[in-house]
Ligand binder design. Structure first.
Ligand code: GLN
Length: 253
């Protein structure tokens, strides 16, 4: 009797192990759901639409169109620019799409897709300011947004031009600091500040576009190579079939 019981137990164990194996295989076969992170206030690329409670923008739509074209699933988390980059580096997210400029420095820790939009930075001041160039910034305070090209530009020029910088987490915070007089200028992406001004933000741009370069979708270096391949393939397809132009047009580009 004991022997038969032990045998049945053994059979049951083997059967359940086999079942486990099957379950594991089935899960592995199921499509992975990627976690993609983004900025949270960077219109027209990503911004919160309080009417729908959804994030909208060029990056959001490009991501959706590429994923649909390539047949993969993802969750989008709009955590802010610097936190998004940190999450990808920490392995807490698979990729970032956040109006992120492709640079040689970033290529040391990220792998980028093909560029999908060209932009640069520009100096931004209060509407009634007479600051006209870097030379006028002596003794002034320049607002910076953590982790951005604008911040890098501001910080790399401050000693030469004699101004100090004050760091903020997001684009809107730096605009607000200039509007309320706590800061005198910032360097923001050209298209983004253009969109803000068009929508009534009381600021103006001065001078030329700085560092024109492309935005890319990025993964942690050496990780998720298939995601970069799918993004590039999807981007090529939506450029060819008109979807990409449709998205830009939807946001006034
Ligand atoms: N394009 C800029 C950068 O990559 C700003 C990006 C952003 O603020 N979302 O640094």
């Amino acid at each position: 009797m004991k022997k038969i019981f032990a045998l049945i137990l053994a059979i049951l164990m083997v059967a359940s192990l086999a079942a486990c194996g099957t379950t594991t295989d089935a899960t592995a076969d199921e499509a992975k759901v990627y976690t993609i992170v983004s900025d949270n206030a960077f219109a027209p690329f990503e911004s919160y639409d309080s009417e729908t409670g959804e994030y909208v923008g060029i990056d959001m739509d490009i991501m959706a169109a590429v994923a649909e074209d390539q047949g993969f699933e993802y969750n989008m988390m709009n955590v802010g620019f610097d936190p998004a980059l940190a999450k990808v580096q920490a392995g807490q997210a698979d990729a970032v799409i956040a109006g992120m400029t492709i640079t040689d420095e970033r290529k040391e820790i990220f792998d980028f897709s093909e560029g999908y939009f060209e932009d640069g930075q520009v100096m931004v001041v209060a509407k009634d300011s007479d600051i006209d160039s870097l030379d006028d910034l002596a003794g002034k305070v320049v607002a910076t947004k953590n982790g951005t090209m604008g911040a890098e530009y501001a910080n790399s020029n401050k000693d030469q031009y004699g101004y100090t910088t004050k760091a903020f987490e997001g684009s809107n915070e730096q605009y607000q600091a200039i509007i309320n007089g706590n800061c005198d200028a910032c360097f923001e992406d050209y298209t983004v500040i253009g969109d803000a001004i068009k929508n009534g933000v009381e600021l103006k741009t001065v001078g030329e576009k700085i560092n024109p370069s492309f935005y890319g979708f990025a993964v942690k270096k050496g990780q998720n190579a298939e995601l970069i391949e799918m993004f590039n393939a999807g981007l090529a397809n939506i450029k060819a079939n008109g979807k990409y132009d449709e998205i830009l047009a939807k946001y006034g580009m």
